[in-house]
Design a protein around this ligand. Sequence first.
Ligand code: ARG
Ligand code: ZN
Length: 874
Amino acid sequence: QIVRLEDYQPSDFLIDRVELDVRLHPTETRVTATLVMRPNPEGRSDAPLVLDGEEMNLKAVSLNGRTLTAEEFEASPQSLTIAQAPRQPFTLTVETELNPTANTKLMGLYRSSGNYCTQCEAEGFRRITYFLDRPDVLSVYNTRIEADRDDVPVLLGNGNRIESGSIDGSDRHYAVWHDPHPKPSYLFALVGGRLGRVSKTFTTMSGREVELAIYVEPGKEDRADYALDALERSMRWDEKIFGREYDLDVFNIVAVSDFNMGAMENKGLNIFNDKYVLASPETATDTDYAHIEAIIAHEYFHNWTGNRVTCRDWFQLCLKEGLTVFRDQEFSSDERSRPVHRIAEVKTLRARQFLEDSSPLAHPVRPTQYREINNFYTATVYEKGAEIVRMLKTIIGDDDFRRGMDLYFERCDGTAAAVEDFLRAFADVTGRDLSHFARWYEQSGTPRVKVKGHYDPDARTYRLDLAQSTPPTPGQAKKEAMAIPVALGLVAHDGSAMSASCDRVDQRGVFLFDKPEDSITFTGVASLPVPSLFRGFSAPVKLSLDLPNEELLVLLRHDTDSFNRWQAAQSVAMRLLVYLSTGVEVADEDIDAFSAALCSFTDRNAQDDPAFAALVVTLPSEADVAQEIGQDVDPDAIHRARSEMRRRIGQGCAKHLQRFYETLTVSGPYSPDAASAGRRALRNASLDLLAAADPDTGEALAVRQLESASNMTDRLASLSVLTTLPGAVREEAIARFGDRYRNEPLVLDKWFTLQAAIPEDGTLERVKALMQHPAFSIANPNRVRSLIGSFAMLNQVQFNRADGAGYRFLASIVLRADELNPQLAARLLTAFSTWRMMESTRRSHAEQVLRSIAQKPNLSRDVGDIVSRSLEDG
Ligand code: ARG
Ligand code: ZN
């Protein structure tokens, strides 16, 4: 059944306090929940009390200390109903029994490598006890955890530990945790296990001492140092930039190896996918380090945006996720290079969110209905949600943005808020009407902005005519104009400063384009300019502006905006790739001119900003090109076109690339800092292009690098280059790498991914064979995503095989995974979201496969929802 935003009703009952007593046992864990409740003055006065449950096994229930008889309540695995609940405060005690070992969904209480842990967002608490499992019911929790002392030496809960000890005459011990901050059930967590620990003391800006600790598999403590350092930097940054201080005596993080998502912001007890905690030079790449830093920050920042101010209902998910992604992006930008980070953000936004927005799964940043909320933890809610916050800041300016945030925290602290509360804070501090801007939360689809420029040399004016439109998306046939901030400027052909001005553009260089069509005119324009639009990617839109390649290359050379310099190179590359893929003739000189521009640009930037130069020489991916073409896509043609371009650029720039490869070495012990990472990035991008131009030389260089590399970044990059060069050398290298890291699951994940992405005919068989590898397990989300997920999401040509075998394979895995872990299965299934843009043979194979999934009995709600939306008429 479908949940709708418009049906929101406050809860009829509230739970002020929760006393949990959890006796951990591998198969028979006992949970006694004592709920101090009262009717909600804002709820209905005659309503029954209905508590949520899922797969619950009820043992006993009592009301105000008296055991209820069978006639006084109704219980099923899904709910517990008391028709005649008291109209004054009361205490309800519920005892349930769970089997954490059998919990393969990884929601609620489960075991990972023998340790006990929980995941409650969005609706997992109801798998622990019957509860009002909704984010607008806030309670103070006391949690007593009891377990076998030897098997489970570490016992962690939310908040501060107030008591612990052993139970006389037994081999069990216990700990009691108290969290003074009222919170919704989705932020509850507990952990029990045998764990190693690293820790450090942090002094907050007001001088309070906080004990920070990270718990990992024993023996891997040193791999948590970077995460601990990132946590400390995040805490300092939130104090400095947003004035937000931490509010408990301890902050604990636990890394687990079976986890559906990246991590979870449980109050005072974050639980992480270990891939986003553990790092050593030998096992993690520069990218891994960057992700760890970003996710540690993200979860920490949730303490204010998510926990202190939480969500009224799950439709408001972007209120915490979009805002928190924005905050972690700002943190990473401040800690690293802002332009480089912005480009990385936009690359993911386009690859994931634009794709989603043009697919059958498109939905608004604030959805209006859902069948399964877990399917809405999407790129749209997270990434486009973050872009909305960024646009707001661009429109109102830094100072008002900070004042608005302060007001939002002040007003909403301790409450379950809605998107309207967020926007109201900014409307109130600026006196602006943000109702038009609010459409960004409601309207799905990526707006397209068409622009044409007209120069009048006599009047020395330059006019831009803009038009916007948004394509129809599921449930939204008609679209309105959006309020689009366009950060822009004019660039002279020779790069000299332009003194043009326009009264429609504000001091920050931003024009707010909020009608279907508009024109703005610059005066004092001394020569024909090249327009630089959406600087810094000021809005999540697609720009149509047909600048000739020469003018785009002017921007690459002279634009003051780094993002648009990168964008200019990408636009030329994309145009050439689309032509080559679709049989439009491309003159050799066009490719040569582009390659020459890349050489000289990279050459000028290689020493000062190698990370940026590496981004500039990296061509759009095959998936990017497919998205740009948008219909009747032939992945084989795209693959050929991109290989050809890589070869041509590699040949054209060979001298420069060789020099980068030789000179950009990093001396001294490995450090994951952005500057060193940037040198490695350009050096490895050079290696990749050199190998495309000359496979023999490339192979020799890659083999030498693979053998001599002192860190995983360089080792994996060389292995990745080798995977593009079929033959015995490659197979030997792959085998040796697999053997070397046979006891390192997180490294084997990278090894699975590289092999699953090989764009050759034998890859499907290779993937099937790797499923027999001792390290592979269909029950572990990291393993499944790195092998199967990568095959489906990264390998355009082999997943989209013309004979449909890639689609049938994915379907079979989705169905198997669905029996264990519906969230994981549903995620994998989203790889089909591109099926409608394929050429007709592939399209009909995909449709057939989707229809056969849809017909299977007993599909989970997660998979049923994705498959039916994927098939709805677009
Ligand atoms: N709130 C978490 C984060 O973004 C995500 C948890 C989502 N979990 C889920 N089962 N849907 O940091
Ligand atoms: Zn989050």
